[in-house]
Design a protein around this ligand. Structure first.
Ligand code: B4P
Length: 191
């Protein structure tokens, strides 16, 4: 089974590259951002709570996203593998993911981290905000808050997987196809 974490700050290209990886490797896509946005759209209680936090650029509580991932892993027991996009975003989420996978005798194969500087992230997200309708892409202050949350809570996740020898950084600036080819190389090395 191939279990890939696609890691990086907001706007690094995780969603964009996920689509290409899924098409090539036939993996199940687990994007906590997409799952949360579906809950918001459905108007569920969980969605309403998540929306308040997401609209402020803040992370949603660990228990909420861990519960969603747990549920998805249970419903895709026959998958060829998973791509975790936007998850884990805290060390607590990383520990929970490792434990969940261990309960199926599985583990993370590799973490690919897209490296993009803050100015480029801001430019990309403001551009996406012109058409995405996403409240969290709408202004500079909110995007800076998301980057701040990433730096304080999410960056340590990279160290967590580096300590396991699973961390592979990839330059996330440039042509989408070039970046995808670098990611494919990182996957081939563990497949
Ligand atoms: P996410 O949905 O994960 O949102 P994201 O980080 O903005 O997306 P992504 O990085 O995938 O965007 P992409 O680069 O593809 O999270 C949203 C919110 O949900 C979080 O802030 C948080 O509140 C909550 N949340 C989600 N998961 C959570 C968790 N595990 N724990 C707690 N809270 C959680 O796209 C960006 C733009 O760049 C696009 O317009 C794209 O076209 C462009 N782009 C991509 N690659 C490019 C390239 N090479 N060159 C130029 N532009 C490029």
């Amino acid at each position: 089974m191939l279990n890939l974490i696609l890691f990086g700050p907001p706007g690094a290209g995780k969603g964009t590259q996920s689509e290409k990886i899924i098409a090539k490797y036939n993996l199940i896509h687990l994007s906590t951002g997409d799952l949360l946005r579906s809950e918001i759209q459905a108007g569920s209680e969980l969605g309403l709570k998540a929306k308040t936090l997401m609209d402020q650029g803040l992370l949603v509580p660990d228990e909420v996203v861990i519960g969603m991932i747990d549920h998805k892993l249970k419903t895709h027991r026959d998958a060829a593998g998973f791509i975790f996009d936007g998850f884990p975003r805290t060390v607590k989420q990383s520990e929970a993911l490792d434990n969940l996978l261990a309960s199926y005798n599985e583990s993370i194969s590799v973490m690919v981290a897209l490296v993009v500087d803050d100015n480029e992230l801001l430019a990309r997200l403001l551009k996406r905000g012109l058409t995405s309708g996403r409240p969290d892409d709408q202004n500079e202050e909110l995007i800076s808050k998301r980057i701040q949350e990433y730096n304080s809570k999410t960056k340590p996740v990279a160290d967590y997987y580096q300590a396991q020898g699973k961390f592979v950084p990839v330059d996330g600036i440039g042509e989408i196809e070039t970046i995808f080819s670098e990611i494919s190389n990182a996957i081939s090395a563990v497949k």
